[in-house]
Design a binder for this molecule. Structure first.
Ligand SMILES: [Zn+2]
Length: 308
């Protein structure tokens, strides 16, 4: 995609969010966005083979905390009396000769800034994330939110791991200028020790791994595509939905404080459903879906725990 096209669509979608438009127009914007901005699986597959090397052998995951919210907050229109657990997860791509960590979780102090009451926290799992950061070849930050960057900002191993951190310029700028929580504030100087990069739409990150710009949850949000050695394919939708229910039923979260772009997210939900429909074996991951976390570990699709 040409940069000009990208800017045009970003502008249209930005504008669409700021004034009222009819639902027919909204649908047209969403359809156009799906067709123009969000890649086809065949493009992701091709791009994933751009970097030559051994493909990842496993996707591992661990959660550092749980947050419990009424279902009506997680998915618009759901039952306010049903509680849903949101897992605060960290994913890892395991290769034969190394690993890539996707986000870094958060420490207990940062976790406490999320809720009004004490909620479950798993210090031994956070310790595992810290060890996995030390052994990782690359640490990717998908967006600036505290439950994703807390583990690197608050680490006692900063000097050892900073040069392995990969993030885009917008995430770096947000981390410095608009920290999501007071506990994850970081200096410009420390962020400049990371690998700050930029790209327009999709970017090959490692053999079998592509990162995509999918703004909507936040302006700097990314998703990932990965293909394993055994042929299994995943899209990690990160925080597009908090639950697979958002994605499957194409319904927004109901959390005004997150300040999301509805057009972009509804387009992503549509895109993900289309990909799942057309590719029955494709697995879509969702950072905070606790049910998915338990089920996919139980049936062996995800490795429970990180390789350290
Ligand atoms: Zn999150």
């Amino acid at each position: 995609m040409k940069r000009r096209e990208f800017i045009t669509w970003s502008t249209i979608l930005g504008a669409a969010a700021s004034f009222r438009i009819s639902s027919a127009e909204a649908k047209q914007y969403t359809d156009s966005y799906v067709n123009i901005m969000l890649p086809k699986l065949e493009n992701l597959r091709r791009l994933s083979s751009a970097i030559v090397g051994d493909l990842p052998i496993r996707v591992n995951v661990i959660k550092v905390a749980d947050t419990i919210r009424p279902a009506s907050v997680v998915v618009k229109g759901e039952d306010p009396f049903r509680n849903m657990t949101l897992a605060r997860t960290v994913y890892q791509l395991e290769f034969r000769k190394g690993s890539i960590l996707l986000d870094t979780g958060m420490d207990l102090e940062t976790h406490r800034t999320f809720g009004k009451t004490e909620e479950p926290y798993y210090p031994e799992n956070y310790e595992m994330v810290q060890k996995a950061m030390l052994s990782a070849n690359m640490i990717v930050l998908t967006h600036y939110h505290a439950d994703h960057v807390g583990g690197i900002v608050r680490t006692s191993h900063f000097a050892d791991v900073a040069s392995k951190v990969w993030l885009t310029r917008d995430t770096a700028q947000l981390m410095v200028n608009k920290p999501h929580k007071p506990t994850v504030s970081i200096s410009q100087e420390n962020v400049s020790r990371f690998n700050v990069v930029d790209f327009d739409t999709c970017y090959p990150l490692a053999p079998g791994v592509v990162i995509l710009k999918t703004p909507g949850h936040t302006v700097d949000s990314k998703s990932l595509y990965f293909k394993l050695e055994d042929g299994r394919e995943f899209i990690h939708s990160v925080d597009s939905g908090w639950s697979m229910e958002n994605i499957r039923s194409q319904r927004m979260k109901n959390a005004s404080w997150v300040n999301e772009n509805e057009f972009q997210l509804l387009a992503q939900y549509k895109w993900l459903n289309r990909l799942m429909y057309e590719n029955k074996d494709l697995i879509v991951l969702c950072t905070h879906d606790n049910e998915q976390y338990n089920t996919l570990i139980e049936n062996g699709i995800l490795g429970g725990g990180l390789k350290t």
